[in-house]
Design a protein around this ligand. Structure first.
Ligand code: NAD
Length: 353
């Protein structure tokens, strides 16, 4: 299949591009290359004849029309988004513009393209929207999100993704665009931008800097290795039912403090230094409206499509720590795009405009 993947130069997108190419798909990666992208993530496939890059913005309808006409994809996998919750608290508008407005532009361009496809290609066409479990809001100490859970987004990021999900649903109902939505829990693994929790912990520990933990670190997340997510996304694209939602999760719940301690232990094992990394743990002011707990029930995906994660959390964290230790250049390139690591100041206290 020829896949049009948006946001393919980001964390999950680059893993999906590499996985899809590895499975024999052709890939067109459409990415605006915001600060969160790192073109170095795709160095290995830059000259692969099955890979093409389009530097374009999903908010640009003319660019989208040209890309569809030129590449004639068999499916769209839509990942391009503003993705950092803390940034959405400080500056929500770009989240609305890209995640909501950009998704609407992409849906419309896909619909116009889909309507002109020959019947056999139209029957096979899919628009797969990649979303988050954060649309469901926060859980207490028990229970898990299912595909039937009500939408209760709490952060501007979660609200923008929930809005995008609703538009995907509307384009399916109104224009019969063959859509599928997947909602996934927190991802971790190689090539994640160094402002997200796991790389922040690893890179702060290596620098000898404080390792920030929000509040008392009691918030619980359900972690999934990014390669398991990419595998699930392809299973959903290839075998999922049109108009359905699939939840994706690793069944690996962990409080933030437990996670940080696991990372510190792994880092000290792979990269021994004087003193324990955990001595650098520093509790900082909590994120406003910080969702307490997310947990995913992925029974539908596992039962219908036979998917299950390959990585245990311990294996995945060990691989991730090893990757960051081996890829200082990648981290430097990512931080340079941001303007240097001094730009990694504390975000998301809601104090900015
Ligand atoms: P990321 O921030 O690492 O990458 C986002 C990519 O989108 C970047 O390459 C960026 O350049 C591109 N992009 C941003 N705005 C764009 C625009 N207007 N036009 C074109 N490209 C644009 O994000 P990620 O963590 O890889 O997340 C990818 C998708 O998966 C997002 O839609 C996110 O909501 C969703 N998701 C992420 C997680 C997670 O834990 N990271 C979990 C569930 C769902």
């Amino acid at each position: 299949m020829k896949l049009l993947i948006t946001g393919g130069s980001g964390f999950i997108g680059s893993t999906l591009v590499l996985t899809a190419l590895g499975r024999g798909h052709e890939v067109v990666n459409l990415d605006a290359l915001t600060y969160a992208a790192n073109p170095a993530s795709l160095d290995a496939v830059r000259n692969d004849s099955a890979y093409q890059f389009e530097h374009a913005d999903i908010r640009d309808s003319a660019a989208l029309a040209r890309v569809f006409a030129q590449h004639q994809p068999d499916a769209v996998m839509h990942l391009a988004a503003e993705s950092h919750v803390d940034r959405s608290i400080d500056g929500p508008q770009v989240f609305v513009d890209t995640n909501v407005g950009g998704t609407a532009q992409l849906l419309q361009a896909s619909t116009e393209y889909y309507r002109r496809l020959a019947a056999d290609r139209a029957a096979a066409f899919r628009f797969h929207h990649i979303s988050t479990d954060e649309v469901y809001g926060s859980l207490g100490a028990t229970g898990r999100f299912s595909e039937e859970s009500p939408y209760r987004p709490n952060s501007p990021y979660a609200a923008s993704k929930a809005s995008a999900d609703m538009m995907v649903r509307a384009w399916h109902s109104t224009y019969a665009l063959p859509t599928i939505i997947s909602n996934c829990s927190n991802n971790y693994g190689p090539r994640q931008f160094p402002e997200k929790l796991i790389p922040v912990v690893i890179l702060s520990a290596l620098k000898g800097a404080p390792i920030p933990v929000y509040g008392r670190g009691a918030n619980v997340r359900d972690w999934l290795h990014v390669e398991d997510h990419a595998d699930a996304l392809l299973a959903i694209l290839e075998r999922g039912r049109i108009g359905e939602t699939y939840n994706v999760g690793g069944d690996a719940e962990c409080s933030n403090l437990e996670l940080v301690r696991l990372l510190c232990t792994e880092l000290d094992r792979q990269h021994p230094r004087t003193g324990a990394s955990s001595d650098q743990i520093t509790f900082v002011t909590d994120r406003p409206g910080h969702d307490f707990r997310y947990a995913i029930d992925a029974a539908k995906l596992q039962g219908e499509l036979g998917w299950s994660p390959r990585f245990t959390l311990a294996e995945g964290l060990a691989q991730t720590v090893g990757w960051y230790l081996d890829h200082a250049d990648w981290c430097r390139a990512a931080l340079t795009r941001l303007g240097g690591d001094d730009r990694l100041e504390r975000l998301g206290l809601g104090a900015k405009g």
